[in-house]
Design a protein around this ligand. Structure first.
Ligand code: SF4
Ligand code: SF4
Length: 169
């Protein structure tokens, strides 16, 4: 093959390759964008699924009451020691001894988000929030106290208890 033919063959191959690349570029240019403009869209279009497990929390009501009885089941079932419960014994108004929650520590840095703790809680006292902006510079900040300051366990009133169905056939 002469050098003349080789030159033009290479030239046409180069042009063909360039056009193939340009075709992909132009196609992508007009394709609708799917990229999330985060964090600008944090308060507008950002969607985090409800069931996303971002962080364990203890549920409190408006009276700063929770349902945790400090039974320790979540701590016992956690596969990697992420939960540490501190309890104390108090004397109730009617003179009875009662175990109550003092501190509920949760280490977000070692949690695997397996949900075992939530599934094993007999009181429904804890749940996962779908918050996700949890990056910090020091690991110790990831150890969180889940029971709010000054909170106490919700008193179970008789009227609040589920009625038992006595009309079973
Ligand atoms: S989600 Fe799993 S790893 Fe995290 S605290 Fe609960 S049981 Fe432990
Ligand atoms: S969160 Fe639930 S399982 Fe854990 S100590 Fe409290 S009541 Fe028990």
């Amino acid at each position: 093959m002469s050098s003349f033919t080789t030159y033009f063959t290479s030239l046409f191959k180069g042009i063909k390759s360039l056009l193939t690349g340009m075709k992909v570029t132009i196609k992508e240019f007009f394709t609708p964008k799917v990229t999330e403009c985060y964090p600008e869209n944090r308060h507008t279009t950002l969607h985090v699924p409800e069931r996303f497990r971002g962080e364990l929390i203890m549920i409190h009501n408006e009276q700063n009451e929770h349902s945790c009885s400090a039974c320790g089941l979540c701590q016992m079932n956690c596969p990697n020691g992420t939960i540490k419960i501190e309890s104390e014994i108090i004397e109730t108004e009617d003179g009875k001894k009662k175990k109550v929650l003092k501190n509920y520590f949760y280490d977000l840095g070692s949690c695997t988000f397996c949900n075992v703790c939530v599934m094993n809680c007999p009181q429904g006292a804890i749940k996962f929030e779908n918050t996700f902006e949890n990056a910090v510079f020091r690991r110790e900040i990831l150890v969180k106290k889940l029971n709010h300051e000054g909170s106490k366990m919700k008193e179970k009133k008789v009227a609040e208890q589920k009625p038992t169905n006595t009309n079973k056939e």
